[in-house]
Design a binder for this molecule. Sequence first.
Ligand code: GDP
Ligand code: ZN
Length: 401
Amino acid sequence: MTQEEKRELESRLAEFTRQERNKLYRRAAKLRRAAERRSKPKERRRMRGDTRHWLDRDPDEPDPRRKTKRSGAPSLDHVVLRLLREEEIEAGAQAPEPPDADRQTGTIVSVRRGACVVRCAGGRIECVLPPELAVEQKNRIAVGDQVMVRPVAEDRMRLDTVLPRRTKLSRPDPHIEERERVIAANLDAVVFVLSVRRPPLRFRLIDRFLIAAQRGAVEPILCVNKIDQLDSREERRTLEENLEPFRRIGLTVRLVSATEGVGIEPIRELLRGKRCAFVGPSGTGKSSILNRLDPGLALRTGSVSDWSSKGTHTTTASELYELPGGIEVIDTPGIRTFGLWEVRLEELSWYFPEFGEVGGCRFGDCSHVHEPGCAIRDAVDGGRIPATRYDTYMRIRRSLA
Ligand code: GDP
Ligand code: ZN
């Protein structure tokens, strides 16, 4: 019996009296004797040699390595544990539905220390967090989480359960790097807003954004704002050329001018019925675009030169807004830039989908750096993979090494 099983058995037996335990063990012994009689012929077959690796075996089939030497039968503790597990399953199946009339599901729309606001059928209600969630609040709950809530007093609700997340966007905790901080949950899309100038367009940020979106299983959308600042056709053509590699790997790219109202309707169409987050460096025009999508939001916009002081004035709380067209936007100051949370060096090339399309390096675990017969480097030389993307791969590789 493994340590884990031993612990499980002990904890399950803890609530039994000595008499109940004895009874349980007698029942287990009887069951084991019956099972032994039935399985004798099989047992001999196994003794002649079951050569399958234990990983190939059905997990419910008893592991022969875990049998007592004397009889080849499972230990009594094993049988008892199995009985207890089965009884729990049966009890669960028979139990009446808990009196849940007052319990409801909802979506977290904002979070603050020890409490959150949940949107449910009855509107937006403030809920206190149970202590076990309050201590780990930064990664256990996030705006966008589906939750169950129940009333605890006449005018107070309490968050009960956080339902499993469909997608999430996270980053390393700024204080403890190994710890995850979930910034938003259950997003359909994440819109990365960059501007063509002031602040200048940094293509490398796009690569990091793509990795973060893929990790969280969220659809990435790139929005290049302030195209009114392009002075000539020439500049426009250069921009399109630089964006081409990203379009080629399937990234949705939209060019926008928030001040002139250009490209706003296509963005609305793209986001219709979706929940998304707007992210990107300060001053690229996120608030301006959101205000265009819904003037009622009246988000404060800053001047570019003003961005550092702006940072100190904005609140640190995330919030979910509802826009016309069934669009939900989570505005979160936490995701202006992307750290690469938990990307392992050997996984890095998975996040470059165009590498997968080329494929076929001589070595299965090719790092695409120095090995002979590397199909990726060949493709870069032949122009089938843009050199800029390969440079980014190398740069991120170095930063992870
Ligand atoms: P945020 O920090 O990303 O939310 O950016 P803001 O929406 O606050 O915009 C920053 C500055 O850029 C403001 O001064 C805006 O007026 C300006 N801005 C936003 N969109 C555009 C645009 O499409 N064209 C130009 N020329 N300026 C813009
Ligand atoms: Zn290779």
